[in-house]
Design a protein around this ligand. Structure first.
Ligand code: ATP
Ligand code: MN
Ligand code: MN
Length: 307
């Protein structure tokens, strides 16, 4: 290659050196957002989002016919010769096609060019895939749960984690609920972390059964919030901070300060149409995340003693 991009054709556009096919195709009829809007967003947010993606196996949701059409969820992706996406060692996930990672910020726009809308990550990094480095508490409200109750639920999860001496970082999911993330030292295997996260949620549900449920299934969460601890299973993924959601309105998962919680209008408060105003904040609301990383052992003891 000469290093000089070929000129874009009629139904093509150029973002940096990347050629975008069907740039004017509307991906979300409810907002009129186009594929080019999506690619440009991912090109802009790349450096911020890489902090959340780096070294993590990633799954993607592709919607070739727009977000109201078919959703393809993929853990494996034929990355071809795209330099920004990289297949990982097949030994990381035996019996499956190789996982992949976003290797550089450029990979995000390349993925969006291939109709990737959502990016979800594992709770472990590839250099120690057997040791998760975070727990995710995924607040899934039942259909009839008011938004105010979701906000209170997040606050209550935070209080319990605080009582256990655990850090808690908040983000919108860009969908219906909220995500609370606890960074942990890579000392425990998947089963240990998952069992502990389940015990935390069971404690919550026993203490406040009118608000919380620890059991999956839509019937269990009528009027209540299922705090989904299953996100902490081996091979499970959670939508990454800064990912767009492949849903009408194109909500975005955004890292927040706890004092912003009660100002949220919904989990899709930030979306492709208004996110530019948020990019200056970047990851600042999660400042101190790496330093906050804790051992789980004291929290395990505290939770047990309280039973
Ligand atoms: P909300 O706030 O609306 O609950 P969410 O991101 O927490 O948003 P979902 O979009 O329902 O919840 O996704 C649940 C999880 O299941 C995601 O974290 C995703 O990684 C995973 N997931 C989604 N689709 C599939 C699939 N087809 N196969 C395997 N895992 C999936
Ligand atoms: Mn959820
Ligand atoms: Mn869930």
């Amino acid at each position: 290659a000469s290093g000089k991009p070929a000129p874009a054709g009629d139904d093509e556009a150029q973002v940096g050196t990347l050629r975008i096919t069907h740039p004017d195709r509307v991906i979300d009829p409810t907002t009129g957002a186009t594929k080019l809007d999506l690619v440009r967003y991912y090109a802009r947010v790349g450096p911020l989002m890489m902090e959340h993606l780096a070294q993590r196996p990633v799954s993607v949701v592709r919607t070739p016919g727009g977000v109201q059409g078919v959703r393809v969820f993929q853990r494996h992706f034929d990355t071809g010769d795209l330099p920004g996406l990289r297949a990982l060692d097949p030994a990381l996930y035996e019996g499956h096609p190789p996982l992949f990672e976003v290797a550089s910020a450029e990979g995000l726009a390349q993925a969006a060019q291939m109709s990737v809308v959502e990016l979800h990550t594992w709770n472990a990094r590839r250099d120690r895939i057997d040791r998760p480095d975070r727990m995710v508490f995924d607040l899934d409200p039942g259909e009839d749960v008011a938004w105010q109750q979701v906000l209170e639920g997040a606050e209550l999860v935070r209080v319990l984690l605080q009582e256990l001496g655990l850090p808690a970082f908040l983000k919108t999911s860009g969908g219906k609920g909220l995500h609370v993330v606890t960074p942990i030292k890579r000392l425990y295997d998947w089963d240990t972390v998952r069992a502990f996260s389940q015990a935390v949620v069971q404690h919550l549900a026993r203490t406040l059964p009118q608000r919380f449920v620890a059991q999956a299934g839509p019937r269990n969460r009528v009027g209540r919030i299922f705090v989904d601890w299953l996100r902490n299973s081996f091979g499970a993924t959670t939508v990454s901070a800064w990912s767009v959601r492949a849903r009408p309105g194109l909500g975005i998962s955004v890292p927040l300060r706890w004092n912003e919680l009660h100002g949220l209008e919904s989990s899709a408060h930030w979306h492709l149409g208004n996110i530019d105003a948020r990019l200056d904040e970047g990851n600042a609301p999660w400042r101190g995340y790496a330093k906050a990383t804790v051992s789980l052992t004291p929290a395990m003891r505290t939770l047990k003693d309280g039973r």
